[in-house]
Structure formats: C-alpha cells, structure tokens
Design a protein around this ligand. Structure first.
Ligand code: ADP
Ligand code: MG
Length: 249
C-alpha cells in the first residue's frame, strides 16, 4: 500500500511502517481484534523510540559506562548510603530538583556510585550529563570569554542532572571560581546537580577563594540536597592489598 507507507513516513512512524504487514498476518492468524492489532503496532513504535532515545542519551552523557551499578559492590557502602541509593535510582529527587552530594576520601567509590546511579536514571528516561569539574569550568570560561556564558548555562538546563565530578580537586583561580558559582546559581531550584568531592564543606573556602562566596555556594547546594558520606577505605588500595596477599601465598 504505497499511500499508507508514504503517510506513515510523513507522520514519522517508521516502526509502524516496518511492522504493519507482519502484524496484520499475525492478527489474522490469531484472530486479534482491530484494537489489539493497532495497540500492538503503536506499542512497538513507542518501545523502539524509547530504546533509541536511551541509546542517544547514554552516548551524549559522557558517563564512564563501565562504572555501572552492576559492577559496583553496594555491600561496601554504609547502611544509610545503601538505603539512599535504592531511593535515588527511582529518580524522584530530580522532580524535586534536589542535589546529591557525595563526599569521601579518594578511592571510596564516589564517582563510580554517582555514575552508576546516573546510568540507571538514563535508562528510566532521565537526561543527565557527566563532566569533571575541571573540564566543565574550562568550557564555561571559554563561553564567558565569547560572551556566551548565558547560552552555555541555558544549554546545560536540558539535563535534569549535571554530575560535577571532583569539585575542589584542582585549585581554581578567581575567574574559574566565578563561572562555577554562576553555574550553581543558575541550577538552584531549577535543575539538579550531583557532586563528588574529596573536600568537606569546611574546606570549600579554598575552592571559592573567599568565605562569603563559599558560604553562598554551599547554601544553594545544601538547601535541597541528599548527602552521601562515603567514609570508606580506598577500594583501589584494598584491591591492591588483596592482590599482594594473593601473590604472597
Ligand atoms: P572516588 O571517586 O571516590 O575517588 P572511584 O569511584 O573512582 O573513587 O573508585 C576508585 C576505583 O575503585 C574505581 O576503579 C572504581 O570502579 C572502584 N570502586 C570503588 N568502589 C567500588 C565498589 N564499591 N565496587 C566496585 N568497584 C569500586
Ligand atoms: Mg572520583
């Protein structure tokens, strides 16, 4: 039916176009009702769209995809954090524009945990971007120099959550700190951020250069937030120790 195929194409229903014949045969064989036939086809179209969107969002997310919850040993987590993770992957915090703040020493699993949660959320239909704080700040600074900071911040708003990995890891100069602050202010009560940091709040003055800016940044972040404290020994260090013990035997 050339007309039908043309029309389906015009309506952007490629999956219906690809499957309507085979579904029709099946419907005749199984004596399905018209409603069942149409319902089945439409379902197929929707599922296909969801799958391609998820793939696209995973690709653009810049997430380290090998750091998933499947490869993360949750039994290592403190009980409170473990319970929080089960809730986080349901994604309701995004609707409430709450922030996730993961603290802990290097190697405690902050990046892996947030990346894993984010990957799960993308599968559930949320759009998330992962960036190291350092790269993000460089991008924003470049945008600012081109008088396009506002535009850059706006384009980040398409992501329900922005992972800012390793905030405070590299000392920033004043201009860098200012764009970081502008980003946090832009997202406040508007979009979520998910942050990892080796530095407790008490040391954030060194990130934001002066106590007032640090206090203002912390205030915005914490106002609606879920704090995950990973006071754990380094996973890398423990794995290395286990390796050595294994080697001694
Ligand atoms: P952090 O961001 O806190 O410095 P990472 O998330 O980068 O730590 O973790 C360090 C390394 O240890 C990574 O290779 C990570 O995959 C691994 N790792 C940490 N915690 C776990 C865990 N609970 N289960 C599996 N791998 C882990
Ligand atoms: Mg990390």
């Amino acid at each position: 039916m050339p007309d039908l195929e043309l029309n389906l194409k015009q309506l952007h229903l490629p999956t219906v176009g690809a499957h309507y014949r085979e579904y029709a045969e099946e419907a005749r064989r199984e004596e399905l009702s018209y409603e069942e036939y149409l319902g089945g086809l439409v379902n197929q179209e929707i599922e296909h769209r969801r799958d391609t969107r998820t793939e696209r969002w995973l690709r653009e997310s810049r997430l380290p995809l090998e750091k998933s919850l499947e490869t993360f040993d949750r039994s290592r987590l403190p009980t409170k954090v473990r319970a929080a993770v089960s809730t986080l992957i349901e994604g309701a915090f995004l609707g409430r524009t709450e922030n996730i703040l993961a603290f802990g020493n290097p190697g405690s699993g902050k990046t892996h945990l947030l990346a894993g949660v984010a990957q799960e959320l993308i599968h559930r239909g949320h759009r998330i971007l992962f960036q190291s704080c350092q790269l993000l700040v460089q991008d924003l600074l470049a945008a600012k120099q081109e008088l396009a900071l506002g535009k850059a911040l706006k384009s980040l708003r398409r992501y329900e959550a922005l992972i800012i990995d390793d905030i405070g890891y590299v000392q920033q100069d004043r201009a860098e700190m200012e764009v970081l602050f502008a980003l946090l202010a832009d997202r406040y009560e508007n979009r979520s951020v998910m942050i990892t940091s080796n530095l407790p709040f008490s040391k954030w003055e060194s990130i934001f250069k002066d106590p007032m800016t640090a206090a203002a940044a912390i205030d915005r972040l914490v106002h609606h937030s879920i704090i995950l404290e990973l006071n754990l020994p380094s996973y890398r260090l423990e794995a290395a120790k286990l390796d050595q013990q294994g080697g001694d035997e």
